[in-house]
Design a protein around this ligand. Structure first.
Ligand SMILES: *Cc1c(COP(=O)(O)O)cnc(C)c1O
Length: 242
C-alpha cells in the first residue's frame, strides 16, 4: 500500500467507470441471450500504480490483469489476497517463476516450450497452473499467439503435462482488423477444441474499445484496462512484453 492513507482522488471516477463497464457487459450479455454472470471482467492494470489497483479492489472488484511480469511481482505483495491476478501479456522464460502460482490464470500461453517451463515451475511449487492458449487469429506478424491451424495439436501436447491445465483460448486482434470477425473465429476454434477436450471452455477477448462486442461473440473473460483505470500516461503498445 502507499504511505498516504487518504482516499485516492480518483475513487469516484473509478467507481463510475467500473459501473459503466459492468453495465455494458451486462447489456451485451442480455442482448445476445447470455448469462451476465458467465463473463468475468479482468481489469488490466498495466502501468497503473498499486494504489489505483487497491482502489478498484476496494470497490469489490477482485480480478486484475497485468501484462508485465515485473509489475505483477511488484504489486502482488502489496495487494495481498484482495486480488485475483491474471497474466495477460507475453511471457518470457525467465519471468515464468514470477508469474506461476501468483496468477490464477495465464492468458498468454503460445508455445509448447513455454508450457513446459510453466509446468515445471508449477510442479516445483506444488500448484496446478491454469492457462489459456493465445491464438493469432488475424495473422498479424506483430501479435503473439499460435496459428489457428496449430490449436488442436498444441492443446493435445499441452494437456499431457502435469501441473498445467489449459482451459480456453485468448486473442488480441490486429489493429485495423475487424474485431468481431476475429472474436467469432476464436469462438469457432474454441468450439472445435472443446468438442475434443471438454475443459477448453474459456474465451478471453475484448479490450477497452471492443469488450461489448466480445461479450456478444461469447467472451467469458474480457480485458478492459483504460475503460476502468482511466487513460494511461504513456501511450503504450496494445500488447506489452513482460
Ligand atoms: C493493455 C492490455 C489490455 C487492456 O488494454 P486497454 O486498451 O487498456 O483496454 C488487454 N489485454 C492485453 C493483453 C493488454 O496488453
Amino acid at each position: 500500500m502507499s504511505t498516504h492513507s487518504a482516499p485516492t482522488p480518483t475513487a469516484d471516477a473509478l467507481g463510475d467507470r467500473l459501473a459503466a463497464v459492468r453495465s455494458s457487459v451486462r447489456d451485451a450479455a442480455v442482448r445476445s441471450g447470455r448469462d451476465p454472470a458467465a463473463v468475468t471482467i479482468v481489469a488490466v492494470a498495466k502501468t497503473f500504480p498499486a494504489e489505483r489497483v487497491a482502489a478498484v479492489a476496494d470497490l469489490g472488484h477482485a480480478d486484475i490483469g497485468e501484462s508485465r511480469a515485473q509489475e505483477l511481482k511488484q504489486k502482488a505483495p502489496e495487494l495481498g489476497d484482495r486480488v485475483r491476478w491474471h497474466h495477460v501479456g507475453q511471457l518470457q522464460r525467465n519471468k515464468v517463476k514470477d508469474v506461476v502460482g501468483t496468477a490464477t490464470l495465464i492468458h498468454s500461453l503460445d508455445r509448447l516450450s513455454l508450457a513446459r517451463d510453466i509446468a515445471e515451475r508449477a510442479a516445483a511449487i506444488g500448484v496446478v497452473q491454469r492457462t489459456l492458449l493465445q491464438v493469432n487469429v488475424t495473422g498479424d506478424p506483430q501479435k503473439a499467439g499460435c496459428e489457428p491451424a496449430e490449436v488442436l495439436a498444441l492443446l493435445g501436447r499441452v494437456r499431457e503435462l502435469d501441473h498445467l491445465a489449459c482451459v480456453g483460448l485468448t486473442t488480441i486482434p490486429a489493429l485495423g482488423s475487424d474485431p468481431r470477425a476475429a472474436f467469432h473465429r476464436l469462438r469457432e476454434l474454441r468450439d472445435a477444441a472443446r468438442a475434443r477436450y471438454p475443459e477448453v471452455t474459456h474465451l478471453s477477448m475484448g479490450m477497452s474499445g471492443d469488450y461489448a462486442l466480445a461479450v456478444e461473440e461469447g467472451a467469458t473473460l474480457v480485458r478492459p484496462g483504460e475503460a476502468i483505470f482511466g487513460a494511461r500516461e504513456q501511450r503504450e503498445g496494445r500488447q506489452e512484453e513482460s
